[in-house]
Write a protein of this length. Structure first.
Length: 412
């Protein structure tokens, strides 16, 4: 052990906890994107419109967003173990049972069921990590957690598409879901290392909202500002991801496969950025300023992409840079929320605030799509940059409201 920094390296138990939590987060994101690769097959098999098929993903996301906060209350009260294992099993079972569906309403119902299981992941994960990981390493732990989710997003579509092409979509979903149920049993054994109850590691966070708990805490101005901040920044990123291929094809004449490669490069940049953001969060005393600086830089790069005529190599390089900056901003952002949550209330706070992620994704398609319909595809980049800049006011408001004195109050 000589020559090592024991405070800078994860302990053996912390690595075990991280393995369990990151594994669950990977499965969550894997199943979220398991359905879109099947839309072409379902459109013919169920004689459904693409709008109707899109409701399957919307149903899963909506149920997740609605239930995250109630689940957070339960996690804070009863501990995380049973919820993590049950959530993963339910999420996977919903996917597996879709292999027996013969009507679209059955797929919709099972997508909602899977969303119930998925609602467990964020409240459990952040409650466990803040309880089990030392404060000096919490940024890197959050970064690894987000990175695992990004890997799930990346793996879901190609794996499910390959299974559907090889053994058919019914057998493919049954296999993918059944494996998840089996892996939930692995989590059941591994989850013994998780804390029985959740609390903040170390002393009370200096930035925590004082004197509030329960509903009053969630409806306090700082927490509402964090919810809005998550929503707006997610709208910017989701808008880029949803429409980038179309924009690059229409505005820059890229072939669809080349434009798709550019999107892949952007998402890889985001994934790498969250790991860098973990290091930044652990080594920067003012995480709010770090988050703001990264968002300003990302907005500048994205705006330049929308306004300047650029050669293709420059477009690829700037998209990678934009992804890195956006990804790096997410980890210190999550640590800011951790610092705002009072002891023992991490599950409900992260359940509530992270509902802004599916909410932002749901609000994205229409406004960005209108710009393309109007023949102004490059304004997609401009709107994304504007949303990122606008989010800075929400970020600043969280610190402003948290600094105000508040009366002692509790409301469950």
């Amino acid at each position: 052990m000589s020559g090592r920094d024991p405070e800078g390296r994860f302990t053996a138990r912390e690595r075990e906890v991280l393995g369990v939590i990151c594994f669950g987060h990977f499965l969550s994101h894997f199943y979220i994107l398991a359905l879109p690769p099947l839309f072409l097959l379902w459109q013919r098999g169920f004689h459904a419109s693409y709008a109707e098929l899109g409701l399957t993903v919307a149903a899963m996301s909506a149920v997740t967003a609605i239930l995250q906060t109630p689940v957070g209350y339960l996690v804070d009260r009863h501990g995380p173990r049973r919820f993590l294992v049950g959530g993963v099993a339910l999420m996977a079972a919903g996917i597996a049972l879709m292999g027996f569906a013969h009507q679209l309403w059955q797929v919709l119902a099972l997508a909602a069921l899977s969303g119930v299981g998925n609602a467990v992941i964020h409240p459990v994960d952040y409650a466990v990590l803040t309880s089990a990981i030392a404060p000096r390493r919490i940024g890197r732990a959050f970064g690894l957690h987000i990175f695992a989710g990004n890997l799930g997003f990346a793996a879901g579509p190609p794996v499910v598409a390959a299974l559907a092409g090889g053994i058919g979509w019914r057998a493919g979903l049954l296999l993918a879901g059944s494996l998840g149920v089996g892996l939930a049993l692995v989590l059941l054994r591994a989850s013994r290392i998780l804390p029985a109850a959740v609390h903040l590691a170390g002393p009370h966070a200096a930035g925590a909202v004082p004197g509030l708990s329960g509903r009053a805490l969630l409806l306090s101005a700082p927490i509402l500002m964090f919810l809005a901040f998550y929503t707006v920044t997610t709208m910017a990123a989701a808008g880029l991801q949803a429409w980038m291929v179309t924009v690059l094809h229409q505005a820059h004449g890229m072939a669809l496969d080349l434009a798709a490669s550019a999107l892949t490069l952007f998402t890889l940049g985001v994934a790498a950025g969250v790991l860098a953001g973990g290091w930044i969060a652990d080594h920067t005393p003012n995480r709010g300023r770090a988050t703001a600086a990264l968002l300003v830089a990302a907005a500048g790069v994205i705006l330049f992409l929308g306004l300047a005529p650029l050669p293709r190599p420059a477009i690829f390089a700037l998209l990678l840079l934009a992804g890195l900056l956006l990804g790096a901003s997410r980890t210190p952002r999550d640590v800011l929320v951790k610092e705002a949550a009072p002891p023992g209330q991490m599950g409900k706070v992260f359940g509530f605030v992270s509902a802004g992620l599916p909410l932002g994704q749901a609000l994205t398609p229409a406004p960005f799509g209108l710009l393309i319909d109007a023949g102004r595809p490059t304004l997609v980049f401009v709107l994304a940059a504007a949303l990122l800049v606008g989010s800075l006011a929400l970020l600043g408001a969280t610190a402003l409201f948290a600094a105000r004195p508040r009366p002692a109050l509790a409301a469950e």
